[in-house]
Design a protein around this ligand. Structure first.
Ligand SMILES: [Fe+2]
Length: 299
């Protein structure tokens, strides 16, 4: 019998990055992506909102760039203390923090396999600063891709502990997992490095790819790949570097996974019907057959 789909979390809430060049990095997200600075922390971290939540992206000044943590919103029936207890039972370090960051009164930070810090919270403030009309101005934070040498263990953490399902993989290297209807909310890349691969934001519609790329180019930022359609997830995606060479993905039209059916909602561009989780080859990265010089595996 198919395991019941009932993850402990329902969405990715925020990503926190350490940056050696906070001003330039912040300006990129404010001016080119149209985010709003909502608050500044005691440690000079800046809290940036896409339009509703207190923060979708946190930037903290540091000497080296790094993925600090990612935050997931717990389902109502799972409390912060439940999550902390369950993580400790699994042998993981879990620290409950109160007022550790603006906008999130209580959270638990778990050290997941590979040393990835994952925060879980039940509520985040929603000052709703509004969506900007300038720059790429995405709708929402969609997913994060994490490179780790502990890929199998981190995948097991997401699947077995948090209840995510694996929706696809590319050559067993990139592994796509979801806790909701989006094809992927995390992408775990198995490689001998520990860092963020990319952070992805959903645009309003596919026509926005043109204006987003125009806005980036006007700011001197070139695209690395796309806009083009992926195979795994079938999102129309375009990638660029932020000022720290952290890859930013802007995407639309991501597959919607139907856990009850174990398949993605059918789309005209699917070449596999029904579109069930599968392992794609490295040569199948692009659904339109386009060949891009940029190799996402080494970004
Ligand atoms: Fe992505």
């Amino acid at each position: 019998m198919q395991k019941k789909f009932d993850p402990k979390v329902f969405q990715l809430g925020y990503v926190a990055l350490a940056t050696p060049d906070i001003q330039r990095t912040k300006d990129h997200y404010l001016q080119n992506l149209g985010m709003t600075e909502v608050e500044r922390g005691d440690d000079e971290s800046v809290y940036l909102s896409i339009g509703y939540n207190h923060h979708d992206l946190v930037l903290r000044p540091a000497t080296q760039k790094a993925l600090l943590h990612v935050g997931f919103h717990l389902k109502p029936h799972v409390s912060v203390s439940d999550l902390a207890r369950d993580a400790r039972e699994l042998g993981l370090a879990a620290t409950v923090k109160t007022d550790s960051q603006p906008g999130v009164a209580e959270l638990v930070e778990v050290e997941a396999p590979g040393g990835v810090a994952i925060q879980f919270y039940s509520a985040i403030a929603a000052p709703a600063p509004g969506f900007k009309q300038t720059g790429a101005s995405p709708l929402r934070l969609g997913h994060v891709a994490i490179i780790t040498p502990e890929g199998d263990k981190l995948i097991a953490f997401f699947k077995d502990f948090l209840g995510f399902v694996l929706t696809d993989d590319i050559a067993g290297i990139a592994n796509f997992l979801t806790c909701n209807r989006d094809h992927h909310v995390v992408n775990i890349v198995k490689a001998p490095e520990s860092r963020v691969h990319h952070v992805a934001y959903e645009l309003k519609e596919s026509s926005q790819h043109g204006s987003a790329a125009d806005a980036l180019r006007a700011a001197g930022v070139n695209l690395l790949w796309g806009p083009s359609r992926h195979t795994a997830g079938h999102n129309v995606a375009a990638y660029h570097y932020d000022p720290n060479k952290v890859i930013v993905e802007l995407y639309t039209e991501m597959d919607q996974f139907i856990p009850e059916l174990g398949m993605c909602d059918p789309r005209p561009w699917h070449e596999h019907v029904p579109m069930r989780p599968r392992s794609w080859g490295f040569t199948e990265l692009n659904a339109w057959g386009a060949d891009f010089a940029f190799n996402l595996a080494t970004g």
